[in-house]
Design a protein around this ligand. Structure first.
Ligand code: UDX
Length: 488
């Protein structure tokens, strides 16, 4: 029998990611691992994401080896065609999906529960993004188990789910001039958490704001799920994972997923290097790898603000001056549309000294093969927006970070990087050219050995967790076995 032929009892999992780069990337990696372990997967994308994914990657041909085990389905998200998402618009996206995608999702679940049409087995389980509060009620309506895969950090999720505690303790709402006050009402984070480290929406001064109301509902919905999946590892966030288990006892901590996937697909299947298996929604510019090949070891700082954050013209120039003045080599991703306030006709271009510094020791691309960049020997630091995927990818490769968080869990991720894991510096809320220069020099020169040593230690823990017998390795096996048991 072919390795991936589908016996009639094959469990069938419906994966439904939030239609953004990070969650889609994570869920596709999980999909591939589930298919590799003989589960059947339906991957539900929005039309917009599906179009971009197919035009920027070879994802269709990659999943061909799981023929009969993997298929895409799509639903509209209700937003105008060509709309580019930014971090501030996630609430709008969720509202639109609740109005437009939810009824279609419900119909897909309804029609997949009992039907076995030869190609598709009845639905065993749904794995939905943690932001889809509606999914747990739909799953319950049709008697299907639902697990939430929260693709943000566990520390981020735990602080979000602590909204009620923050309100009770008077830690939220608060005023902007009180950002350094300590927060003691999030269990497990006493002693290092300040108001400025809380996820960005806690800076909204009104607890009746729709975003805060959504956050408060999330805790109730989450409690009803069958299990929680995280892209993290026990050695990194053990204490916070214990807290989360008080809310949802069944937690599967299976990250770092991209390393896991490489390990399993490469070692067990003997397939070639997996670095080309991108799930990017932008076309990767590989020329930066040739540029890196010509730079000395650990000499380059990689700069990227991820897939959603926007940078104003003033901030762009402050960072650029800081990088140029530090005299350190840099590789910078300037995503199309990510820089606001640029008036190309009247701005007169970029100052000459910045152009010179870029020509002499810089490289700018519109989108990079980030996992490959971070694994490159020339990269010695990462100036990042502290998105969870970027943070984890940097941790795995032992690359110390300078954190410049924008929104959502990024504020708390950066606090953990600087204060708890000590694998970098937190620049939060203070980005000017002198600070950029000072931090780049600290990370790449003055305190280089100290940061590299610490980052290397944490990277080893990450890699051990997904190696045979490691905690994440075992958790993934446990997840697969639990899903198989559901289909008996
Ligand atoms: C969003 C939220 O902003 C973040 O807080 C949350 O943790 C996850 O979702 P996003 O901007 O997508 O984050 O950042 P991140 O989670 O870091 O994901 C970006 C992904 O894009 C990473 O997997 C990274 O490897 C990839 N990427 C980024 C590229 O492949 N190339 C690039 O040039 C930049």
């Amino acid at each position: 029998m072919d390795n991936h032929q589908k016996p009639s009892s094959t469990p069938h999992v419906l994966l439904f990611p939030l239609p953004l780069q990070g969650p889609v990337n994570c869920m596709l990696k999980l999909a591939e691992l589930l298919c590799f372990n003989h589960l059947q997967v339906t991957f539900l994308n929005t039309d917009h994401v599906q179009r971009r994914l197919l035009s920027c990657t070879d994802v269709s041909s990659r999943f061909k080896r799981y023929a009969g085990h993997f298929r895409f389905e799509t639903v509209p998200d209700g937003l105008p065609a060509g709309k580019t998402m930014t971090g501030e618009q996630i609430g709008e996206l969720l509202d639109s999906m609740e109005a437009v995608s939810l009824p279609l999702f419900r119909e897909i679940v309804r029609s997949s529960v009992h039907v076995s049409d030869g190609a598709q087995n009845p639905l065993t389980c749904i794995i939905a993004d943690g932001a889809f509060g509606f999914a747990v009620d739909i799953a319950a309506e049709f008697g299907v188990a639902l697990m939430y895969f929260d693709t943000i950090s566990p520390c981020g999720l735990w602080s979000i789910l602590s909204a009620n505690r923050l309100i009770q303790a008077g830690d939220f709402p608060f005023k902007d001039d009180d950002l350094d006050a300590p927060v003691t009402s999030v269990p497990g984070m006493e002693g290092f958490l300040r108001r400025r480290d809380l996820p960005s929406f806690f800076r909204i001064p009104d607890q009746n704001d729709p975003i805060i109301q959504r956050v408060l509902r999330e805790e109730q919905q989450m409690k009803k799920c069958h299990g929680l999946i995280f892209n993290s590892f026990e050695d990194l966030e053990g204490p916070i994972l214990s807290q989360l288990k008080t809310l949802v006892p069944r937690v599967y901590t299976i990250g770092p997923l991209h390393t896991h996937k490489k390990n399993r697909l490469v070692s067990e299947k003997g397939s070639k290097n997996d670095r080309n298996s991108t799930n990017s929604l932008w076309t990767e510019n590989k020329s930066c790898i040739s540029w890196l090949d010509n730079q000395p070891a650990k000499s380059v700082i990689y700069v990227s603000i991820g897939s959603l954050a926007l940078m104003g013209k003033e901030q762009l120039l402050e960072i650029w001056h800081g990088l140029a003045n530090s005299e350190v080599r840099f590789l910078w991703v300037q995503r199309p549309g990510s820089i606001t306030g640029l008036d190309e006709e009247n701005d007169g271009g970029v100052p000459l000294n910045l152009c010179r510094a870029t020509i002499e020791r810089g490289c700018i691309v519109s989108w990079a093969p980030q996992e490959e960049v971070l694994a490159h020997p020339a990269v010695g630091g990462f100036l990042t927006h502290s998105g969870w995927n970027s943070t984890l990818e940097s941790i795995v490769e032992g690359v110390p970070m300078i954190c410049l968080p924008y929104f959502a869990d990024q504020q708390i991720n950066s606090r953990y990087v600087g204060e708890v894991w000590k694998v970098g510096l937190d620049m939060k809320d203070t980005c000017d050219r002198d600070i950029v220069e000072m931090m780049v020099r600290d990370l790449m020169e003055k305190r280089k050995d100290e940061f590299l040593e610490k980052a290397d230690h944490v990277a080893k823990l990450a890699k051990a967790s997904v190696s045979k017998g490691g905690a994440s390795y075992n958790a993934l096996n446990c997840l697969i076995e639990d899903i198989k048991l559901m289909s008996l």
